[in-house]
Design a protein around this ligand. Structure first.
Ligand code: KIV
Length: 264
């Protein structure tokens, strides 16, 4: 099977087929997810929390993402491999170019970065230089200290309007995918309908074009707690492969996320 491409994801959006994504950090899980037909594997900077035990993603380095991208890319043959640019690795365009080159050489086919208007020029420069980019809006964990915690974003009208205009600007700048995290369902639907490119939600309701979860949350094994927007798919299946298949099936049928996983 040929590798999933950005045009494949665009076609899925146009045909109203839901896109299933999950984080992956190692060869074994990457193989399971790839064989299950998951479309996008994200080497997320969430690894700082679920693998390294930090209380935020801020300590994660480009070398960390590079290492885990190499592990995932060695096995995942069908899924599109997306690597996170970690905190302060794209503070200016030159840094973003150099660090994206490292991650693309490690096996990524797309990089993801957080932020709105301030990253627009950087995105345009990356795309012009051959690097596909996924934007990330809403709750952007690298800005946890500015946001004052891991909070739902876009509940006030002005904030919601700003998120929509940022999403449109990022699309104009060249993103080919957008992750939207922890926003009210109605806002996620508004943004999904306004954009041509697929919008992948996490804590953003079932109206987005697809879903992404941190794999440890999907298996209920995150140290501490399971976020409201996630679900332990192992509970019903008792088996990793079964849990992945159930996650994909429930995303495709819009059974997941259900109302108890959403913000309003
Ligand atoms: O780092 C990560 O895992 C992410 C997802 C939560 C989307 O950015």
């Amino acid at each position: 099977m040929p590798r999933i491409s950005v045009s494949h994801l665009m076609k899925m959006k146009s045909e109203h087929q839901k896109i299933t994504c999950i984080t992956a950090y190692d060869a074994s899980f990457a193989t399971i997810f790839d064989q299950a037909g998951i479309q996008v594997l994200l080497i997320g900077d969430s690894l700082g929390m679920v693998l390294q035990g930090h209380d935020s993603t801020l300590p994660v380095t480009v070398d960390d993402i590079k290492y885990h991208t190499t592990c995932v890319a060695s096995c995942a043959k069908s899924a599109l491999i997306m690597a996170d640019l970690p905190f302060m690795s794209y503070a200016n365009a030159e840094q973003a170019y150099a660090n994206s080159a490292i991650l693309m050489r490690a096996g990524a086919q797309m990089v993801k970065l957080e932020g709105g208007e301030w990253v627009a020029n950087t995105i345009q420069g990356l795309v012009e230089r051959g690097v596909p980019v996924c934007g990330h809006l809403g709750l952007t964990p690298q800005s946890v200290n500015v946001l004052g915690g891991y909070k739902v974003q876009g509940r006030q009208q002005a904030q919601a309007d700003k998120l929509l205009s940022d999403a449109l600007l990022l699309e104009k700048s060249g993103i080919q995918l957008l992750v939207l995290e922890c926003v009210p369902v109605a806002l996620a639907e508004r943004i999904t309908n306004a954009l041509q490119v697929p919008v992948i939600g996490i804590g953003a309701g079932a109206q987005t074009d697809g879903q992404i979860l941190v794999m440890h949350d999907a298996f209920g094994i995150s140290a501490g707690f399971c976020p409201k927007f996630s679900k332990n798919f192992l509970l019903e299946t008792g088996d990793i492969r079964g849990a992945v298949a159930l996650y994909k099936k429930q995303v495709e049928s819009s059974e997941f996320p259900a109302s108890e996983h959403c913000f309003y």
